[in-house]
Write a protein that binds this ligand. Structure first.
Ligand code: AMP
Ligand code: GLY
Length: 423
């Protein structure tokens, strides 16, 4: 079967790496891809929201399965676009339909979903410009720190955590009235602050059956010791050492099962990956957020631990037959360390020549922001390269990633040297 992966980051290179290993995959395409995917697949110069361009490519290359990496095209309805088109409706699309993608596209929708399914999450209320006065009053009844979330997609920047009441009130007004995050903050969810350690749970579902994939933990802040600005993710580890069998069972019973049941009960057509952002408060799991896709860089440690043929898994998902597959997981730990451009997540330069990519090593290099220029590979984004390694535990795996990084360089290269510091 010919397969198209939509996206161009480290997550999509990891999907390509895994799918390319399957005898069930004939030709593999990635739109737009990067220098890493170019080595194992055919890159197509298409934007992820260019549905007409994607349609033309699917027809031209007789593609039978489309795996959607990022949230944007899902929230914009790429799956619905395929279903509504006579020429495309036979194509398997891995990724939820628009209505279900609202779980990521609207924080308020996700909170209402959780409330209906009785899934543990922070207490909340939501406000619009019309109800600003109530929102300001609501804040006075909450304890610091104050958590304000823009309802819509805001490229990971829409969540503010503020210690001071007056500042929180000013920001609520800025979001609702001055549209600080544009349309995304026309509605704002104000919620209770949960104090704990975060982790991510990934579930592959056909809408009724599911497989819980290995859990992971990512490191979002740019600075060591989890300081500084938020990034897309500076690294990840899997499994998560503090997830005991008892804690995992709580996640399963209180969160995963009611989530999948909710897709049926609330008529949300979901074929694809659910990424449940969790926080462990005391010994109990709470949901921080839903994403309707795999995480990046979590994918770079989760998929390398899945031993199954991924095309077999995804085909079973598309057919609604996930109950026929057993998940096989590599018992080793996997870690990934993200190499980023100097200055990221603020302004940074692109086009730096990368050296050392062809070195022999035990690690797997997943390209994120890279592009080919003749014989050379150049940086083309903030997050540049994810260096993944296996080990008997996360410390051994990290040691391997850091050793591999010694041989890789580009001007301004930065990375966190303290992953796992909190474990
Ligand atoms: P979100 O986009 O909802 O994942 O929020 C971004 C980040 O803000 C999360 O990864 C958490 O670190 C933090 N956060 C969100 N909601 C809460 C909360 N209720 N309590 C504590 N931290 C939170
Ligand atoms: N690593 C977090 C995300 O993919 O949203």
């Amino acid at each position: 079967m010919n397969i198209l992966i939509v996206g161009g980051g480290g997550r999509e290179h990891t999907f390509a790496w895994k799918i390319a290993q399957s005898p069930l995959c004939d030709q593999l395409f990635v739109a737009p891809g990067n220098a890493g995917t170019a080595a194992i697949a055919t890159n197509l110069a298409l934007g992820v929201n260019d549905f007409d361009g994607i349609k033309a490519a699917v027809l031209e290359h007789q593609i039978e399965m489309v795996v959607v990496g990022p949230e944007d095209p899902l929230v914009h309805g790429i799956h619905d676009f395929f279903l509504a088109d006579e020429d495309l409706k036979h194509v398997a699309v891995i990724g939820p339909q628009k209505e279900a993608a609202r779980l990521e596209g609207s924080k308020e929708f996700a909170k209402e979903f959780m409330k209906k399914q009785n899934i543990p999450t922070a207490q909340y209320a939501s406000f619009t410009a019309e109800t600003l006065a109530e929102g300001l009053d609501f804040l006075t009844q909450m304890k610091a720190p104050y958590v304000l979330k823009a309802d819509g997609l805001a490229a990971g920047k829409g969540v503010l955590i503020i210690d001071d009441l007056a500042e929180a009130q000013a920001q609520l007004k800025a979001m609702l009235v001055d549209q600080k995050f544009g349309k995304a903050s026309q509605t704002v969810v104000v919620e209770e602050f949960l104090d704990g350690i975060e982790l991510s749970c990934f579930v592959l579902t056909d809408g009724k059956n599911h497989l819980t994939l290995p859990m992971a933990k990512d490191y979002k802040r740019i600075g060591e010791g989890d300081t500084g600005l938020n990034t897309g993710g500076m690294g990840a580890i899997s499994p998560v050492p503090f997830v005991t069998p008892e804690f995992e069972e709580k996640i399963h019973q209180r969160i995963v099962l009611p989530t999948i049941a909710g897709f049926q009960e609330q008529n949300l057509p979901f074929i694809g990956f659910v990424f449940i952002g969790l926080i462990k408060v005391g010994d109990d799991p709470y949901v921080i957020e839903y994403n309707v896709r795999m995480g990046d860089p979590e994918t770079e440690v989760v998929l390398p631990r899945v031993k199954n043929d991924l095309v077999e898994l995804l085909s079973a998902t598309a057919k609604g037959e996930l109950n026929t597959v057993d998940l096989q997981v590599d018992e080793r730990s996997a870690t990934t360390v993200m190499l980023v451009s100097g200055g990221y997540p603020e302004a940074y330069e692109k086009g730096k020549v990368m050296k050392g990519l062809a070195n022999e090593s035990e690690s797997i290099l997943f390209h994120a922001g890279t592009q080919l220029a003749g014989e050379e590979t150049l940086t083309s984004g903030g997050r540049v390269l994810a260096v993944t390694s296996y080990g008997s535990d996360f410390r051994a795996a990290l040691k391997q990633s850091y050793a591999t990084i010694e041989g890789i360089s580009f001007e301004g290269m930065n990375y966190r040297k303290d992953l796992g510091f909190d474990l």
